[in-house]
Design a protein around this ligand. Sequence first.
Ligand code: DHB
Ligand code: FE
Length: 279
Amino acid sequence: MAKIVGAITTSHIPAIGRAIAKGLQDDPYWKPFFDGFPPVRDWLAKVRPDVVVLVYNDHGLNFFLDKMPTFAIGAAPQYRNADEGWGIPTLPPFPGDPALSWHLIESLVGEEFDLTTCQEMVVDHAFTLPMALCWPDLKWPVRTVPVCVNTVQGPLPSAARCHRLGQAIARAVAGWPGDERIVVMGTGGLSHQLDGERAGFINKDFDLQFMESMTSDPSWATKYTTHELVELAGTQGVELLNWLVARGTLPEKVRRAHSNYHIPISNTASGLMVLEPLG
Ligand code: DHB
Ligand code: FE
């Protein structure tokens, strides 16, 4: 039986790609952010995943405002990093796992999560940069399954539904006869707002409470509507829905293996957590 060995939740910010390309890891601005990742790499070396299921939001690369699936999943043999207009270097393609993707699709649609199935898909900074932070040599040692959540254009899926999607992914994995070790990543957040009157908005108190809830009370954020989450975390901070999907794939009880929080990176409060299932 395939096994979810843990989850990594992290912010995704295009400026990280430029900082990597320019070797700014020890620059005073960047150091508190990049210093969060060596413990993640040590943890990955310990848990040795075969597959990463990566939950993120597409930023206009596959889906624009005219066609916006609430949930979408990749079922391609490979995912290419396309130019998304931020001027950051393109990273090598990521191997897919079509057989596992189709199993997840069958199981999730069977549970009435009607995901858009994508036999071709390109990936943006929300997918590529967390991968590059985990494997800086860019030699991806894992196969990948991208899962996209609409955090971009209303109506957004509720926090409760995102948490339940994660639980359904966990059931699907439990029903897969392979012996893969799977890490689920959720990328985005934490609080930030890129546009409008509140551009630059960050809410540290909310972020820290949200991170605490990931270990102590995993359904805490589900008491909020998506409008309330936008109010609390910002129009892009609501990307934390991707963290809730990842959290939902783990049992009620987890151990926090690592975490980091730093303000700001670009316009964003950057958060990072590594969670392991207990029991
Ligand atoms: C920034 C953050 C994001 O989540 C994103 O997708 C793009 C930009 C930022 O803080 O610059
Ligand atoms: Fe984003």
